[in-house]
Design a protein around this ligand. Structure first.
Ligand code: BDR
Ligand code: CA
Length: 312
């Protein structure tokens, strides 16, 4: 089974990604690491612990990482995820799980060195933790099997600015370090595909696990309203769960090898991921960009695994 670290800024869709990863039973989750992003580091960690409690998995350690982007001020995404980051779901739950001692970037380095060539990093928040790990240990890519990150967009508009996706916008300097670190396999799961992974009320109704069905319904209620207000469809995008889905089954997406860089010094375009689709710069590709997704197959996987009960 694939050994993975989930690096999250929990967030509604991060929470759903964690649920998918854990309930699928198809990933060997070595650790969950948290980072400041959608909400503060403290809130992202609390939300992660609540999810692990809901899933009754105190055996998977949660470690805290960076409490701020590398050089910028924190830009949160509460307008999308709500004040608490989970749309009010599990609001009154005090988790019985606490984070473990250790700094997330160090945990990434240690686990990669313990399992050379075996570890997949699934990053669904700003790439700050991984950038810190690379600054401490530039040879890290030699030890890591692959990095799958949710972030950016190559062919369409952004979701924070006209051109920038949130995870890239929140810490573009960190993303740049990751893009140029020399990972053997770096997979971008961007808005090009995640905007096609849409969860509807029909999917939620099919979730057979009542506890998880309640959580998904509650956490996505306002998120869906906001998505509908902007895009005109009554649904919400499963950005982060799709990155987890790609880790479980890479056949869900079609990719192209591209050289991608990120803008860090423009008033209008900071955080834009620029794919050199015509190889104008003459650089070798540095990542596999997801271009197409079999959204029906992904939603089937999501509904089946998240809805799974002990009986099914
Ligand atoms: C990404 O931004 C965050 O708000 C979500 O959790 C997701 O990781 C989507 O652009
Ligand atoms: Ca996220």
């Amino acid at each position: 089974m694939k050994k993975v670290i989930l690096d999250v800024d929990t967030g509604i869709d991060d929470a759903l990604g964690i649920v998918l990863a854990v309930k699928s039973g198809r990933l060997d989750i070595q650790a969950i690491t948290t980072v400041c992003g959608n909400v503060s580091l403290e809130q992202a960690t609390l939300n992660t612990c609540k999810i692990m409690d809901l899933l009754n998995r105190p055996d998977i350690p949660v470690y805290q990482g960076a409490d701020a982007p590398l050089v910028r001020n924190h830009y949160d995404e509460k307008r999308v995820h709500g004040e608490d980051g989970m749309g009010g779901a599990l609001k009154n739950q005090a988790p019985r799980i606490a984070p473990s001692a250790g700094f997330a970037p160090d945990i990434m380095i240690n686990l990669a060195k313990c399992h050379p060539g075996e570890l997949t990093l699934i990053c669904t928040g700003p790439l700050t933790n991984l950038a810190h790990a690379l600054l401490k240990c530039p040879e890290l890519p030699r030890f890591v099997k692959e990095v799958i990150f949710m972030g950016g967009v190559i062919h369409g508009p952004g979701n924070v600015t006209p051109v920038a996706e949130y995870n890239m916008y929140a810490d573009p300097e960190a993303a740049r370090i990751v893009f140029h670190a020399g990972f053997g396999r770096l997979v971008q799961v961007g808005l090009d595909v995640t905007r096609k992974a849409l969860l509807t009320a029909e999917h939620v109704a099919k979730l057979a696990d009542p506890q998880l069905q309640t959580f998904v319904a509650e956490s996505t209620a306002d998120y869906t309203k906001r998505y509908e207000a902007r895009y005109g469809v009554r649904a919400c995008a499963l950005h982060d769960p799709l990155a987890v889905g790609v880790a479980i089954d890479s056949g869900l997406v079609q990719t192209s090898s591209l050289y991608v860089d990120i803008e860090t010094s423009s008033r209008l375009c900071d955080g834009q991921t620029v794919g050199d689709v015509q190889n104008r710069l003459g650089h070798a590709p540095n990542m596999a960009v997801c271009e197409e997704v079999d959204s029906t197959a992904f939603l089937d996987l999501f509904v089946r695994e998240v809805g799974k009960t002990a009986m099914s």
